[in-house]
Design a protein around this ligand. Structure first.
Ligand SMILES: [Zn+2]
Length: 690
């Protein structure tokens, strides 16, 4: 650290004088983080020690509520840091990340395994019926007890020592897994010469030029390995040789035998997870992980996935034959390969539904879709949005809106960071800089959406694909879950719910994006302002169910492999590639389709444990979202006020303060009906599996 940095004040440790006390990003430099983390760890440890050794008899307030109040500085510094790690990193930040992840594990281990503290919590938990708690307090006590219990707070000292070592090592491995993936994505690009652009829409070429410019190659055009780039290229490039190149690079991320290879990390992660589950008394990591979810058991997860797998696979195989016939009809003398699927599927869709993505993109300008997402929220929940230019951001592309409640009072700030850049990891996500809570007065949330859309070149607006538009609504649905949160305790705020429930608010929100009422109003041509022509709209809606066999196979195969990684002995997956192939063979994976995330790039399950044995969660939530939107259809109005009020009160505002099953039943009046999912994907009428 330079001398000046050491002697000037650290903005992470000062009160923030910005509007709404947002992080002063322009003043924060990498060298501020380590000293701020040190201070935050020390403060938190002192706070927890005071709770642990409080001479007063344990009660809800001096133990559970006191824990909720602890660690504020750590929460604050972490939120800023991890936003930068994911959305705008640099070598200095990534270097600090390595250190922080280990320090974080070392900080949390003694807290979560503190026997005296756990004794206080366990005593309260035992007497919970007699404490006169409100329902939210009861929920918090149960969640707190469960969290400590599942972290190993009740284990022997020897077992705890080993758990601590395992957690530290897992933290390191998860961080290096994500750094490797980012490394492989940053290193690769393909320059597109004039002859390499056959079939590519103008908007794609413009985005490829913008990507080149961003990498200091102005005047050229390149494609990178971001998902929206790679998938659009595979869908539209007429150059079979280049499609093969892009496809192979995309599925090989993390599996190239270079310094970024993730195979060894996977083997070690799986072994450590298995060992920790056994220390805690579970037969497998999946059994451990799923106990604290809506699904509850690996069997329940497998049951759902297999039910969907059969019709999805049958549909994909039938589609494959149709694509092969199309190749033959064109005089192509080759067998359909994985890099051909999207291209011919798109051709078939154009032939069948007379529709292609390129035709609709001019109607899906990013700004119009943001406006649409906001407008639906206004109509459903009465909240309004106005852009603010005075809020500090981490990159000039980031935009900020103030969100006001139906009563006109400040409710939240919403940050949108939409464009791909090399300092950003791939994917799209929602996160927060501050969560809603009102333990000591109202704290309003600061919610972030990050996407990787291709930027429009030369001042042209960014034009979204239908998938991008859906992603925008998806992430905005998560954002609403954070912004509409109305709970007392910080650890129950917004998206702090079971992983297999958390995709309900996001996936449900996607339904509005594909409704004619919404598209007619907001899908306007970016140059002429003309609304989406009726016949194009109808063809777009009809095309939504197209290629669902492929999409479902991509997803379910990934979810099943995730489940197998965590139910079989870790010994079985010592050769990750062989394990992957064997599992895919077992389920009869069509050779022409790849997993949506091959193991070495499966950040969901290997960069942390959040989605480990939990990738199925999207589909579990989809059972609910497909069924939930039916409530609006039955009401005859997709903005029906009474239904929207229930949706707000029971789902979007309750965070983790109620049991998710009870929350769903309160909203819908009954359990979800699972066939809605197959109908939504157009898979309910598929003949029995081949
Ligand atoms: Zn999501």
């Amino acid at each position: 650290m330079s001398e000046t940095a050491a002697t000037t004040a650290n903005p992470l440790l000062e009160p923030w004088q910005t509007p709404h006390q947002t992080p002063p990003f322009t003043e924060i430099a990498p060298e501020h983080f380590m000293p701020a983390f040190e201070q935050a760890f020390a403060d938190h440890t002192a706070e927890v020690n005071a709770i642990t050794h409080d001479p007063a008899t344990p009660d809800f307030d001096n133990t559970v509520t006191a824990l909720e109040r602890s660690g504020r500085l750590l929460t604050k510094v972490s939120a800023v840091f991890y936003d930068l790690v994911s959305a705008h990193s640099n070598p200095a930040i990534l270097e600090i990340d390595k250190e922080v992840s280990l320090r974080m594990a070392r900080h949390w281990n003694p807290i979560m395994m503190n026997a005296v503290l756990f004794g206080r919590i366990a005593l309260l938990h035992q007497n919970r019926a007699n404490l006169g708690l409100t329902s939210e307090q009861m929920r918090l006590l149960e969640r707190t007890y469960t969290r400590f219990h599942r972290s190993g707070a009740g284990l022997s000292e020897d077992a705890k020592k080993r758990m601590a070592e395992i957690n530290e090592r897992l933290a390191q491995l998860g961080t290096s897994f994500s750094h490797h993936l980012l490394g492989d994505e940053q290193d690769w690009f393909l320059e597109l010469g004039e002859d390499d652009r056959a079939g590519l829409p103008d908007s794609f070429v413009a985005a490829a030029r913008a990507a080149a410019e961003e990498r200091g190659m102005a005047g050229k055009a390149i494609i990178t390995l971001s998902r929206s780039f790679a998938e659009t290229f595979l869908k539209s490039s007429a150059r079979r040789d280049l499609r093969e190149k892009v496809y192979k690079a995309f599925v090989a991320r993390g599996d190239n035998g270079n310094a970024n290879d993730n195979n060894e990390a996977i083997v070690e992660i799986l072994a450590l997870r298995e060992e920790s589950a056994k220390l805690l008394g579970y037969p497998t990591y999946a059994a451990y992980r799923l106990e604290d979810s809506m699904a509850k058991t690996p069997e329940a997860v497998r049951g759902l996935l297999e039910r969907v797998w059969k019709p999805a696979r049958a549909r994909a195989l039938a589609d494959r034959d149709e694509l092969q016939a199309m190749i033959a009809a064109e005089g192509g003398n080759f067998t359909l390969a994985p890099w051909d699927w999207r291209y011919y599927a798109e051709k078939l869709r154009q032939a069948k539904a007379n529709f292609d993505d390129a035709a609709i993109k001019p109607y899906l300008a990013l700004d119009h879709m943001i406006e649409a997402a906001f407008d639906c929220a206004t109509r459903l929940f009465g909240i309004t949005f106005s852009e603010r230019k005075d809020i500090p951001v981490w990159h000039p592309d980031v935009r900020v809106w103030e969100v006001k409640g139906p009563d006109g009072r400040h409710k939240a700030l919403f940050y949108g960071d939409y464009f791909a850049r090399s300092s950003k990891r791939s994917g799209a996500w929602m996160t927060s800089l501050r969560d809603q809570q009102k333990l000591d007065g109202e704290v309003t949330p600061l919610i972030i959406n990050v996407c990787n859309f291709a930027r429009g070149a030369g001042g042209e607006p960014s034009l979204l694909s239908p998938d991008d538009a859906r992603t925008l609504f998806h992430e905005f649905g998560h954002a609403l879950h954070g912004m509409l949160s109305n709970v007392l305790f910080p650890s129950l705020s917004g998206t702090a719910v079971f992983t297999d429930f958390v995709e309900l608010p996001s996936q449900l929100y996607e339904h509005w994006q594909e409704r004619p009422e919404v598209l007619q109003k907001f899908a306007r041509h970016y140059q002429t302002g003309e609304p989406l022509p009726e016949d194009l709209l109808q063809r777009f809606l009809a095309a939504r169910k197209f290629n669902q066999g492929f999409a479902t196979v991509e997803f379910v195969s990934s979810a099943l492999v995730d489940l197998e990684f965590h139910t079989q002995s870790a010994e079985a997956s010592r050769d990750v590639r062989a394990f992957e192939q064997a599992e895919l063979k077992k389920i009869g994976m069509p050779a022409e389709v790849a997993m949506r995330h091959r193991p070495t790039q499966f950040g969901h399950i290997f960069t942390g444990d959040h989605y480990a044995a939990g990738y199925y969660s999207y589909m579990w939530s989809e059972v609910m979202d497909a069924d939930a939107f039916g409530a609006f259809e039955e009401a005859g109005d997709i903005f029906d006020p009474a239904t929207a009020k229930r949706l707000h009160d029971d789902i979007y505002s309750t965070g983790g303060s109620v049991d998710p099953e009870a929350a769903y039943v309160a909203f819908r009046g009954r359990e979800p009906e699972p066939d809605a999912l197959l109908r939504r994907r157009g898979l309910s009428d598929v003949p029995e599996a081949v």
